[in-house]
Design a binder for this molecule. Structure first.
Ligand code: F6P
Length: 328
């Protein structure tokens, strides 16, 4: 490794995701392993512009691998979207002798990172962290597995009450642009219908499916709706629509909301975070920049950040087929 980097800054930005703390820990400890200084940057790019920094060592990150959220805190910064904001950030980095950055977050975080790295010739490596799993070039993003388990657990609980009262439940899960949480939790929790942002199958299909379910003897049903689904109706309007068009349904709506973003990271997310954190520091020390460290077919890979941001959405059509077959 041609090591010209002496000090690495690490930040978390955008929506938090379980496993961010484990990733910070891995970055800090990899720095310690390779004798590189590490600086924690609080509140994402906002804290970067304001110089909200703290030197971190291997002991600063003890007992955080199991914690949800991010101890460095996170923010979505409007100012960093301006060149003036990014200049301020660069001044803070030079003032503190920080040579390179590891940015942990989703597509907004990576987009900011690409601009910043290009404008100031600064080495930047990204770690994908968002519960939405909507980043190209990696099979999984940090936090997704934990969020899925949280959602399945919640739907299982709702199923108990749905079945006790013979009710139809509409359950909204997160996913502004991506249906991964909805599709996978829907299959995992045995939902009758799953509505996702990538594909508008029309509300008529849902009515038809509910009619069939009723005729086949189903007494209660669960419909999982991703928050960004494209029917043009919000979840309450969807529920009203079904009430108006189908007789004999006792309907309830449950919006799971930010509970999906919190909680102890799953073991999968902790291990993934550890691999990606080490991979990020090693990429920087190898002289790589503007890459995301992802996981592809069990291997840690380096993917250009531009691909991570602009790549094709990776919604799995096979899952839709499986959901249709198993929900009859
Ligand atoms: O990007 C992750 C995510 O949880 C989305 O699924 C959701 O739409 C969004 O963040 C909500 O973000 P916030 O409430 O922080 O603005």
């Amino acid at each position: 490794m041609a090591n010209t980097i002496k000090k690495i800054g690490v930040l978390t930005s955008g929506g938090d995701a379980p496993g961010m703390n484990a990733a910070i820990r891995a970055v800090v400890r990899a720095c310690s392993f390779y004798n590189v200084d590490c600086v924690g940057i609080y509140r994402g790019y906002q804290g970067l512009m304001e110089g909200d920094f703290e030197e971190l060592n291997a002991r600063s990150v003890r007992n955080i691998i199991n914690k949800g959220g991010t101890f460095l805190k996170s923010a979505r910064s409007m100012e960093f979207k301006t060149i003036e904001g990014r200049k301020k950030a660069y001044e803070q980095l030079t003032k503190n002798n920080i040579d390179a950055l590891v940015v942990i977050g989703g597509d907004g975080t990576f987009t900011g990172g690409v601009y910043f790295s290009q404008e100031f010739d600064l080495p930047i490596v990204g770690i994908p962290a968002t519960i939405d799993n909507d980043i190209s070039g990696t099979d999984f993003t940090l936090g997704y597995d934990t969020a899925l388990n949280t959602v399945v657990d919640a739907i299982d609980k709702i199923r108990d009450t749905a079945s006790s009262h013979n009710r139809l439940f509409f359950i909204e899960v997160m996913g502004r642009d991506a249906g991964d949480i909805a599709l996978n939790s829907g299959i995992g929790a045995g939902a009758e219908e799953i509505l996702i942002p990538e594909e508008d199958e029309g509300v008529e299909r849902m009515l038809e499916s509910l009619r069939k379910s009723k005729m086949s003897g189903k007494l209660s049903s669960i419909i999982v709706v991703a928050e960004g689904e494209k029917s043009g109706k919000n979840i309450f309007q969807l529920a009203e629509y079904v009430e108006e068009h189908l007789e004999g349904y006792d309907i309830r709506v449950s919006v799971l909301g930010h509970i999906q973003r919190g909680g102890r990271p799953s073991c999968f997310d902790r291990v993934l975070a550890s691999k990606l954190g080490v991979g990020a520091v090693e990429a920087l020390l190898d002289g790589d920049s503007k890459v995301m460290i992802g996981l592809s077919h069990q291997h840690v890979v380096r993917v250009p950040l531009t691909v991570a941001i602009n790549g094709e959405a990776k919604y799995d059509k096979e899952l839709r087929r499986v959901a249709d077959i198993t929900s009859v």
